[in-house]
Design a protein around this ligand. Structure first.
Ligand code: ADP
Length: 542
C-alpha cells in the first residue's frame, strides 16, 4: 500500500462546519431591510444552514436542482449559500437589478425549483411569479409575522416558518467535488445572459486563492464588509473565504449609500471592504465634506471595472487605506489578479509604487494568463504590447450552463474579451474591453487611460470615454462627464488638462456634460448605451 493522502472531496459544507467548530463565536452582523442590525455567529448560522438542508429534503428538491435567491447581502442569504449547496442543490443567485422580464427569462432558463426573496422584492415577485413556470415553492426571507396574508402567490411561506420545524443537525452528503454548487448569469450586455456554473471544488480552491496574503489576505483577525452583492459572482467568493478563515462578516443589506456604508464600517470595526468603484465614490463623497476618518479600515478590494488612480491615491493619502486593485469576471469565479507590490518594489519611491498599484495586478496561483495578437500569437510580457487576454485554471469555466453559446475556449484558454498588457514582473493592466476600444486612424486609444485622467480632475465625479464616428479617422474619442455637485469646468479647461499626459492625437475631440452616466446591473458604466445616445454627436472640426 502506497502512503497516499486521504481522498476527501472539497465540499462547501466543510467550510461552514469548519467555521462552526473553530470560529463558533465569530460574528455575522447584517443590516436588515427593516433597517435594524441583526447579530449572529457561525455556530448559529451553521445550525440554520442545516435546517435549510433539512427543509429542502422535506420538499423533495432533487440533487442538482436549482434553488434561487433574489436577495441582498445578509445572514439568511448566507445560510442559504451553505444549506443549498451543502445539501447537493445548486444555489442560483438572481440579480434583482435586472429588468423583471430578464429575471423571469433567467429563472426559467435555469429551471429554478425554489425561489427565496427579500421582502423588498415582494412587488416584483407578485408581478412575475406566474411567469416563472418551473418554480414550485416561494420563500420570503422574513418572519411569519412580516408576511402579508393576501399576496396571492401560491406556495409562499416565510423563511422562518419554513426552517423552524427542521432539525439543526444534518448529515451533509459526501459526493463528487466536481458536482455543481452554484450558478450565476453574466449580465448579457450582448445577447442573452449565460450561466456560469461553479463546482464545489472550484469554489473551495477559489476561496483558498482569494484568502492568500497577496490576494485579499484575509484572516480570523479581519472584519469583512462585502459591499459587492452576493447575487453577483458570490460576492467575489467572500462568504466562503470568511467561513474558511473565521473572519467576522458584516453585511450591508440594501443600504449601499455612502453614509450607511461609513456607519457600518466604523460601527463594526471593519478592516477590509470590497466593492466596485462606484460604491466607493459614494463613500468618499460622503466622508470628504464632513472630514470623517476611518478608525480600523486598512484595505479595500476594488474591482469590477477599472479603479481610477485618483481613487487609489485618495484612499492612501487622505485615509491611510490601501486599495487592492483586482480584476476578474463572472466566468472566473471571479478572481484573476490582485495588485500588491513585490519585495524589490517596496523600496521604490511612492510615485513609482503608485505606477504599479494602478494596474490590475498579478495572477493568483490557479490562474494562468497570456496576451495574444489577432492571429493568436503570444505577445511578450514587456508592459507595452497589448493584446487579447486569455486565461485558464481550475476556477474558470470551460463552457456555459446548458452549453449556451457553444465552446467558448480557444485551444483550452478562455478569451476574456479584455485587452491588456503584462509587464516583465507579471503585472497585468487592462487597457480596454475589446468592444470599447477606440480605433482612430488605425491606432488604438485606451478609453480607460482617458477616463482615469479625467477622474483626477477635481471637478469630475465620473467620466466615460467612447468612440464616435469620424469621417477621416473612423472614430475619435468623446469624453462624457458628470461633474461633482456645485463644481464647474469648461470643455476647454478639461481638454487642456490632458496636455503632457497623453499624446496629442489621444486627447478627446470633445466633452459632453451629462447629469448621469447609465450604470448596469452590477454598477458598471454602460458604454453601449452611451454610444447609442451619442451616435449622432457632431465632433467639432479642428
Ligand atoms: P459582466 O461581464 O457580466 O459585466 P463581470 O463582473 O463578469 O460582469 O465583468 C467582467 C469584466 O469586468 C472584465 O472582463 C473586465 O472587462 C471588467 N473588469 C473587472 N475588473 C476590472 C478592473 N479591475 N479593471 C478593469 N476592468 C475590470
Amino acid at each position: 500500500m502506497l502512503g497516499l493522502m486521504q481522498d476527501q472531496p472539497l465540499l462547501i459544507s466543510s467550510l461552514i462546519e469548519f467555521a462552526a467548530r473553530h470560529h463558533a463565536n465569530a460574528e455575522i452582523v447584517s443590516r436588515r431591510v427593516e433597517g435594524d442590525l441583526h447579530r449572529t455567529t457561525y455556530r448559529e448560522a451553521a445550525a440554520r444552514a442545516r435546517q435549510v438542508a433539512n427543509a429542502l429534503d422535506r420538499l423533495d428538491v432533487p440533487f442538482g436542482d436549482r434553488v434561487a435567491t433574489l436577495a441582498w447581502n445578509g445572514y439568511r442569504h448566507f445560510e442559504l449559500y451553505f444549506g443549498v449547496s451543502g445539501s447537493g442543490r445548486v444555489l442560483h443567485t438572481l440579480n434583482p437589478r435586472l429588468a423583471p422580464d430578464q429575471v423571469v427569462w433567467i429563472a426559467n432558463h435555469a429551471e429554478d425549483r425554489v425561489l427565496c426573496f427579500d421582502m423588498t422584492f415582494l412587488p416584483l415577485i407578485k408581478a412575475v411569479w406566474k411567469n416563472c413556470t418551473t418554480v414550485r415553492h416561494w420563500v420570503a426571507l422574513c418572519d411569519a409575522g412580516a408576511l402579508p396574508a393576501d399576496t396571492g402567490i401560491e406556495g409562499l411561506v416565510s423563511y422562518e416558518e419554513w426552517i423552524a420545524p427542521q432539525s439543526t443537525t444534518y448529515d451533509w452528503p459526501q459526493f463528487d467535488e466536481k458536482s455543481a454548487a452554484s450558478l450565476c448569469y453574466t449580465s448579457g450586455t450582448t445577447g442573452n445572459p449565460k450561466g456560469a456554473l461553479y463546482s464545489h471544488r472550484s469554489t473551495v480552491l477559489h476561496a483558498y486563492g482569494a484568502a492568500l496574503p497577496d490576494s485579499m489576505g484575509l484572516s480570523a483577525r479581519d472584519s469583512i464588509l462585502p459591499v459587492v452583492p452576493m447575487f453577483h459572482v458570490n460576492a467575489w467568493g467572500l462568504p466562503y473565504v470568511a467561513a474558511m478563515t473565521g473572519a467576522k462578516l458584516v453585511f450591508p443589506g440594501a443600504a449601499l449609500d455612502g453614509k450607511s456604508v461609513y456607519e457600518l464600517i466604523e460601527g463594526e470595526g471593519v478592516t477590509m471592504a470590497a466593492g466596485v468603484p462606484t460604491v466607493w465614490l459614494g463613500l468618499l463623497n460622503h466622508m470628504a465634506p464632513a472630514g470623517l476618518r476611518f478608525s480600523k479600515l486598512n484595505r479595500t478590494v476594488i474591482g469590477g471595472s477599472a479603479c481610477p488612480p485618483a481613487m487609489i491615491s485618495a484612499f492612501k493619502d487622505q485615509y491611510g487605506v490601501t486599495v487592492l486593485h483586482a480584476w476578474g469576471m463572472t466566468e472566473m469565479s471571479p478572481l484573476g489578479t490582485v495588485c500588491t507590490l513585490k519585495l524589490p518594489q517596496q523600496a521604490l519611491p511612492p510615485q513609482q509604487q503608485m505606477a504599479v498599484l494602478v494596474k490590475q495586478g498579478r495572477a493568483v496561483y490557479g490562474v494562468e494568463m497570456k496576451i495574444v495578437d489577432p492571429d493568436g500569437g503570444e505577445l511578450p510580457w514587456d508592459g507595452q504590447s497589448s493584446g487579447d487576454l486569455y486565461v485558464k485554471g481550475p476556477w474558470i469555466i470551460c463552457g456555459y450552463f446548458k452549453g449556451e453559446g457553444g465552446d467558448p475556449l480557444v485551444g483550452g484558454w478562455f478569451p476574456t474579451g479584455d485587452v491588456a498588457t503584462i509587464d516583465p514582473d507579471g503585472f497585468m493592466q487592462i487597457t480596454d474591453r475589446s468592444k470599447d476600444v477606440i480605433k482612430s486612424g488605425g491606432e488604438w486609444i485606451s478609453s480607460i487611460d482617458i477616463e482615469n485622467i479625467a477622474m483626477a480632475h477635481p471637478a469630475v465625479a465620473m467620466a466615460a470615454c467612447i468612440g464616435v464616428r469620424h469621417p477621416k479617422w473612423d472614430e475619435r474619442p468623446l469624453l462624457v462627464v458628470v461633474l461633482k455637485p456645485g463644481a464647474q469646468v469648461t470643455r476647454e479647461a478639461l481638454l487642456a488638462f490632458y496636455d503632457g499626459k497623453v499624446a496629442k492625437w489621444q486627447v478627446p475631440d470633445d466633452v459632453a456634460f451629462v447629469d448621469a452616466i447609465p450604470l448596469g446591473a452590477t454598477g458598471k458604466m454602460q458604454k453601449m448605451k452611451l454610444r447609442e445616445q451619442f451616435k449622432d454627436h457632431r465632433l467639432p472640426t479642428a
